[in-house]
Design a protein around this ligand. Structure first.
Ligand code: G3H
Ligand code: ZN
Length: 286
């Protein structure tokens, strides 16, 4: 069933584990992610970026796709339908359409405006039982047109933004969207410790693709309760599809049939998401 994220992430922060958040782009991605949640018997968050929603045909279509797929697959674990990196207009639209959770990403606005708009989105969303994610500091790199310099979250600003009432807070702690550069310095656990000491709502780690397992587990033990993964799903889908085609399987029988052609990539996403869910809920964390 579709639910908001408030209680699920609160429980994760209290229990020192994290719930995975995975981006969808189409029916195959949606099925692959939901299957992983169901097979691991874990709540799962499925999210669309503004770019993905534009690609698919709008927020209402995205929500309907997830709702109908949950039904058709008999998914019984809690599923949260979330807007990833929304601007003010997108967040408002998703609240109207009935997403369970929205991210208002105001990191590129002057801080006072980020704070003000976060408050407005929180009021609109909470009136409808919808959860809100806010962002302070910026995630480095680029994802779907969202570009960030990668500066660490300012603790004072983070405190003020958390007081604006969001249910979870994305923090810049040296994390980067997309593939990590070879000279990446790793997560800033110093900054995460300072943030987690004063912010008691669940913290969100973006750019989950390519962070070594040990760093993710350490971050979760310190207060990260939601980990976003996108690029890695794209990489494993592309790899599995490439291997299928390079092996000539698309030319055998009716291997070019899209239902066959997309199957290895879809399975690869399910396998990856299941592995990440295991990392995020690993007993080492507890
Ligand atoms: O918002 C989505 C994520 O932060 C995903 O980042 O593509 O680096 O895994 P990633
Ligand atoms: Zn992100």
């Amino acid at each position: 069933s579709l639910v908001n994220g408030t209680e699920i992430f609160k429980a994760a922060r209290e229990g020192h584990y994290a719930v995975g958040a995975f981006n969808t782009n189409n029916l195959e991605w949606t099925r692959a992610i939901l299957a992983a949640g169901q097979e691991t018997n874990t709540p799962i968050l499925i999210q669309t970026s503004m770019g993905a929603a534009k690609y698919m045909g709008g927020y209402e279509l995205c929500l309907n796709l997830v709702e109908q797929t949950v039904k058709a697959m008999n998914i019984t674990v809690p599923v949260i339908m979330h807007l990833d990196h929304g601007n003010y207009e997108a967040a408002k639209e998703c609240i109207e359409v009935g997403y369970n959770s929205v991210m208002f990403d105001g990191h590129d606005l002057p801080f006072a405006e980020n704070l003000e708009k976060t408050k407005e989105i929180v009021a609109l969303a909470h009136a409808k039982g919808i959860s809100v994610e806010a962002e302070v500091g910026s995630i480095g790199g680029e994802e779907d047109g969202i570009v960030g310099a990668g500066e660490l979250a300012d603790v004072e600003e983070a405190k003020q933004l958390a007081a604006a009432g969001p249910d979870y807070l994305a923090v810049g702690i040296g994390n980067i969207h997309g593939v990590y550069p070879a000279n990446w310095k790793g997560l800033s656990f110093e900054r995460l410790e300072e943030l987690a000491a004063v912010i008691k709502i669940p913290l969100v780690l973006h750019g989950g693709s390519g962070i070594p397992k040990e760093q993710i587990i350490k971050a979760i033990s310190m207060g990260i309760s939601k980990v976003n993964v996108n690029t890695e799903c794209q990489l494993v889908f592309a790899k599995a599809t490439r291997e299928y085609i390079q092996a000539g399987k698309d030319q055998q029988g009716k291997g070019f049939d899209p239902r066959k052609l997309f199957a290895p990539g879809t399975q690869a996403i399910t396998d990856l998401v299941k592995e990440r869910i295991e990392w995020f809920s690993t007993p080492e964390v507890k």
